[in-house]
Ligand binder design. Structure first.
Ligand SMILES: Nc1ncnc2c1ncn2[C@@H]1O[C@H](COP(=O)(O)OP(=O)(O)OP(=O)(O)O)[C@@H](O)[C@H]1O
Ligand SMILES: [Mg+2]
Length: 509
């Protein structure tokens, strides 16, 4: 008798130019959390999409409860009790939260009218279980990515499937949401569900997973029981070498005032925000989902207007900034939502990389293809972007490689101020280290970086100063030496005001 809930045998899948999966075996037991880990482009999402009926394998078998099965569509996989939370958020922006959760499966009244009260009631229960507070009537377009991710999770749970795949569900959530997610996973486990969990945060794997399968370049390196191994072992299996976990040493360039915010307010999301940013420093911005961090970034970049207050860039007052004027003033913005505003998906790697530096690859009015090619080949090498060629459309790159593209695009214009919203989200451990080095290189050359991040080790390890936001306000400023995860969380949850407890001193150190 086969006790596996699902078993995948010798699965292979090729895409033009890449063998994404090469004879991969994978299985998951009922009541087990099985993690899939590996570098960007290792084949994790492809393996999941095969099980979800998105792709058909070129070779190999899928067995559900011991019985060979194949699916020709995601719907068919769903009908076999398989549900997936995709890495890229897949919601319809124009619909409400509740409508998205039950899209295509709306509870119906007679004559097939949608039973709205039931729809809203069931959505409310689901989100309640997840412990998230989101307005069910809100349009998804108006929500941040973390909230969108929680809706994706609610949607997958509403299917009451037996096999639940989560492709980096935690990439954008932190704190309370992450705890709720883990609580839910544990209860699914108790109910005998099979859970497949992809994450780049190795600590998480040890917290939640029973086993982990490591993929590298489309091949299965091995499967380990998390209780029996240590973190460095998994990292070595993933990247093929040992990695030190330290952050690159701080090195500051020349320090002059780049940006000043004075009593900046916007609607209910930014409340009297004031601070300064200096050249050559990394200002970390910590806070929970909904604290106003992304709103702050958008206001500085001119993506949203401000109601009150002033913003000075290079000591000049900015009036009615737009993203366009910001870019020409030397401000870059790596957004948290790579699927939406980071890249032009139907264009090639080469075209995307050169979009922000067109003047450098143009002579007169013509884009010089040769220059474009040299430039993008260099970028691909420097940032370790995995793509079969620079002519590949970016929509076919793995999630992490798309993120690297966005970083490469902005870092290469050497902005005076670079705002990075969750810069290493979805990035594998090896590439993270490279990105940290690049950030240090930039600050050494004088760039000021505002880094918004939910990963507290990264905030503490990389920032020269740390601002903690709560409910639209800056609640405190810490220097990295006095910051601990607990202290940041206390301030971020509003339990301790820490009202500018060290403001002004942070620089003295
Ligand atoms: N639809 C597609 N067309 C062409 N190539 C693809 C397609 N989907 C994936 N690939 C390629 O297959 C390989 C594996 O990609 P996959 O998305 O499975 O990686 P991943 O392990 O999920 O990475 P990440 O951590 O970055 O999400 C990559 O080289 C990717 O570029
Ligand atoms: Mg992926």
């Amino acid at each position: 008798m086969d006790e596996n809930m699902v078993e995948m045998q010798k699965i292979s899948k090729a895409f033009p130019g890449v063998l994404a999966l090469d004879q991969v075996d994978f299985s998951c037991l009922p009541g087990e959390v099985h993690a899939v880990v590996g570098e960007n482009g290792a084949g994790k999402s492809t393996l999941m999409k095969i099980l979800a009926g998105v792709y058909r394998p070129d070779e190999g078998k899928i067995l559900l409860r011991g019985k060979e099965t194949s699916f020709s569509s995601p719907k068919e996989a769903q009908s076999h009790g398989i549900s997936i939370i995709y890495q890229e958020v897949n919601l319809i922006p124009e619909l409400t939260v509740a409508e998205n959760i039950f899209l295509g499966r709306e509870p119906q009244k007679k004559l097939s009218f949608i039973d709205s009260p039931v729809l809203y009631q069931r959505s409310k229960e689901l989100l309640g279980d997840l412990g998230v507070d989101i307005d069910l009537q809100a349009r998804v377009a108006d929500l941040g990515v973390a909230q969108q991710q929680m809706i994706e999770i609610a949607k997958a749970l509403s299917l009451s499937a037996d096999i639940i795949m989560m492709d980096e569900p935690s990439a954008v959530v932190s704190g309370k949401e992450l705890e709720s997610l883990f609580r839910i996973i544990r209860s699914l486990k108790e109910n005998g569900k099979a859970i497949i969990y992809i994450s780049h945060r190795i600590d998480e794997i040890f917290q939640i997973a029973d086993r982990a399968t490591v993929l590298k370049d489309g091949k299965r390196v091995g499967t380990v029981t998390t209780q029996d191994v240590e973190k460095p072992t998994i990292v070595r299996m993933m990247v093929g070498r040992s990695l030190s976990e330290t952050f690159p040493a701080r090195e500051r360039g020349e320090r002059k005032e780049i940006l000043t915010l004075d009593d900046v307010c916007r609607d209910n999301v930014l409340k009297k925000v004031s601070f300064k940013v200096y050249s050559g420093e990394i200002l970390g911005v910590a806070g929970l989902v909904g604290a106003g961090r992304t709103e702050l970034a958008r206001a500085i970049f001119g993506a949203d207007p401000i109601d009150r207050g002033t913003i000075l860039l290079n000591e000049k007052k900015i009036r009615k900034a737009t993203p366009k004027t910001s870019i020409s003033n030397g401000v870059g913005f790596v957004t948290e939502n790579r699927a939406k505003d980071g890249l032009v998906h139907c264009l090639s790697v080469r075209k995307n990389l050169t979009l922000t530096i067109l003047d450098r690859v143009k002579s007169w009015f013509f884009v010089r293809e040769g220059k474009e090619k040299d430039y993008s080949k260099n970028c691909v090498k420097e940032f370790g972007i995995v793509a079969p060629s620079i002519e590949q459309e970016v929509q076919y790159l793995s999630g992490g490689n798309q993120q690297k593209m966005i970083l490469a695009k902005w870092i290469s214009i050497k902005p005076a101020l670079l705002i990075m919203d969750e810069p290493t989200r979805g990035i594998d451990v090896g590439a993270k280290a490279e990105i940290y080095n690049l950030m240090r290189l930039l600050t050494k050359q004088g760039t000021a970086i505002i880094m918004i991040s939910s990963e507290l080790p990264e905030i503490i390890g990389m920032s020269d100063r740390i601002l903690v936001m709560h409910d639209g306000r800056v609640m405190g400023e810490l220097s990295p030496s006095e910051a601990t995860e607990e202290r940041i969380l206390m301030i971020a949850t509003g339990q301790k005001t820490g009202e500018h407890e060290t403001k002004g001193q942070a620089f003295a150190s």
